[in-house]
Design a protein around this ligand. Structure first.
Ligand SMILES: NC(=O)c1ccc[n+]([C@@H]2O[C@H](COP(=O)([O-])OP(=O)(O)OC[C@H]3O[C@@H](n4cnc5c(N)ncnc54)[C@H](O)[C@@H]3O)[C@@H](O)[C@H]2O)c1
Length: 252
């Protein structure tokens, strides 16, 4: 399978850590010029410097994906620097505290919706405008197994992840004939700073996550990165509007 992204330009949001960073690295190692976008400036600069030090082409762009003006500027800067946009991984997202839905706050609902759903919408809109001018491109959105099953006590988080699949499938159909492929990944529990933070706050334990998992371990960020690279590669040229579950068997 050809995973070469030589002469390609890839954009990853939420690229400062976790699955975003692993995917940015994977794109860079496959030869792409990579744009790393994040709102955590310090972690973003460190991640980008690491890629550049390893000899890759990488550009850091500060962007809060919930702010459309910043997203528009991110795409403009990408194209101004590298001339095009071939692959985009809309990954930036947040978790919310676990709370019974009757007691959940509107603030948490609005915050998680603004970033996880509106953020993906903002990014897709402006990525699509550039990809349409090229007549080609591949977009992968980061949903979750919470987007195909359930997340009791985190219903609004699950709603954003179902929403991401709604955006993915609808736009995939709209743009397939225009040379743009749009798909999603649905990760299970993955060892990232988000999960480390959940464990630290006592929201979840490693035993809860491993529980009845057939594979008896949680996933590594690189295991999501390889799914994203495949979906963006010519190997997935007939894959449109798919929600690729990568979960160690959790939903099986
Ligand atoms: N870790 C898991 O088990 C898991 C499982 C399923 C889905 N997901 C989803 O995968 C994605 C990545 O998760 P992760 O575990 O790597 O998270 P993480 O917290 O380790 O990393 C997320 C990155 O996104 C950035 N980010 C957050 N909000 C942003 C915003 N508004 N604008 C720009 N950047 C922003 C953060 O600064 C951080 O660098 C999220 O969408 C998450 O919902 C995670």
């Amino acid at each position: 399978m050809n995973f070469s992204f030589e002469n390609k330009v890839a954009l990853v949001t939420g690229a400062a850590m976790g699955m975003g960073l692993a995917t940015a690295k994977a794109f860079a190692e496959a030869g792409a010029a990579v744009v790393l976008a994040d709102y955590n400036e310090e972690a973003l600069q460190a991640a980008t410097a690491e890629l550049i030090a390893a000899g890759h082409q990488a550009l850091a762009i500060h962007c809060d994906v919930s702010d459309e003006a910043e997203v528009m500027a991110m795409i403009e800067q990408t194209v101004a620097t590298y001339g095009r946009l071939d692959a985009a991984f809309n990954n930036a997202g947040i978790m919310i505290p676990a709370v019974a839905t009757a007691d959940a706050t509107n603030e948490d609902f609005d915050r998680v919706t603004a970033i996880n759903l509106r953020g993906v919408w903002n990014c897709m809109k402006h990525e699509l405008r550039q990809m349409l001018t090229q007549g080609s491109g591949a977009i992968v959105n980061n949903s979750s197994i919470a987007g195909v099953s359930s997340a009791p006590t985190r219903a609004s988080y699950a709603a954003t992840k179902y929403g991401v699949l709604g955006l993915t499938k609808s736009t995939a159909v709209e743009y397939a004939a225009k040379g743009i492929r749009i798909n999603a990944v649905c990760p299970g529990s993955i060892e990232t700073p988000m999960v480390a933070d959940m464990i630290e706050k006592g929201w979840i334990t490693m035993d809860d996550m491993i529980g009845n998992l057939p594979i008896q371990r949680i996933g590594r960020p690189e295991e999501i990165a390889s799914a994203v690279l495949w979906l963006c590669s010519p190997g997935a040229s007939f894959v449109i509007g798919h929600a690729l579950v990568v979960d160690g068997g959790a939903t099986v």
